[in-house]
Ligand binder design. Structure first.
Ligand code: DX5
Ligand code: ZN
Length: 218
């Protein structure tokens, strides 16, 4: 399987969400990345269920929902019912992570765990075989358009080594500040899925930008 690209709709034009969803449908992108922020876990509020419902009605590729909210376990059933395919919770926001991941899988979704830039990947060792996608934050979560944190490369390498050693099938996703400047190096370090928001949607031709990114990673 090639490297997956997941455009983050946080950088889309919310006045033209249907248009932007259709652009992603028709593009070479693999997943829709959807950032839900509660203003508590992160210092920003993005959007919630009604907007996700609208996205789901237009999107025909997997919905990769990244929850930047406290106590994410409260909303697992809701996000499943809205059509989420991958549901990612933050390690830092989950007191009973193992139980939360089982609940996500019981609802038929893939389980994701996101780590803030300061959270060491070693913490995942006891639970790596229960995770489908590890999302390494390469910016501090809360906002699109920030600069990529260089330390991410070594986190990807470390995590890759752990995944191989533990015979885990977890995919490594990198989220934040991804561009054509760091994409190749991230894949060489072991990344499987790249999230790109501003780089895609703020470019003159988002469809072409996705295509170029995919080509770069072939
Ligand atoms: C940040 C979000 C990211 C963000 C990425 O909190 O999790 O998914 O949308 O945006 P860019 O690619 O602009 O950094
Ligand atoms: Zn995200």
């Amino acid at each position: 399987m090639g490297i997956l690209v997941a455009p983050s709709l946080l950088a889309a034009d919310f006045g033209n969400l249907e248009r932007d969803c259709k652009m992603v449908n028709a593009s070479e992108a693999d997943w829709f990345h959807i950032d839900v922020m509660d203003g508590v876990f992160v210092p920003n509020i993005s959007f919630g269920m009604p907007v996700l419902k609208s996205i789901a009605s237009h999107a025909d590729k997997p919905l990769d929902v990244h929850l930047m909210i406290v106590q994410p376990e409260r909303y697992i059933d809701t996000f499943a019912a809205l059509g989420s395919n991958i549901l990612t919770v933050h390690y830092e926001a989950s007191t009973h992570l193992h139980r939360t991941l089982q609940s996500i899988k019981d609802k038929g979704m893939k389980s994701g765990v996101a780590l803030n830039p300061h959270t060491p990947v070693d913490l995942l060792e006891p639970i790596i075989n229960d995770i489908d996608v590890v999302c390494l934050m390469s910016v501090n979560p809360g906002f699109g358009g920030q600069s990529f944190i260089e330390n991410t490369y070594s986190k990807v390498e470390k995590l890759k080594e752990m995944i191989l050693r533990k015979n885990s099938s977890a995919m490594i996703q990198v989220d934040g500040g991804v561009t054509n400047k760091n994409a190749k190096k991230l894949v060489e370090a072991g990344a499987d899925v790249l999230v790109a928001g501003s780089y895609v949607f703020k470019s003159p031709n988002p469809d072409n930008t996705i295509k170029d990114l995919k080509n770069l990673l072939k």
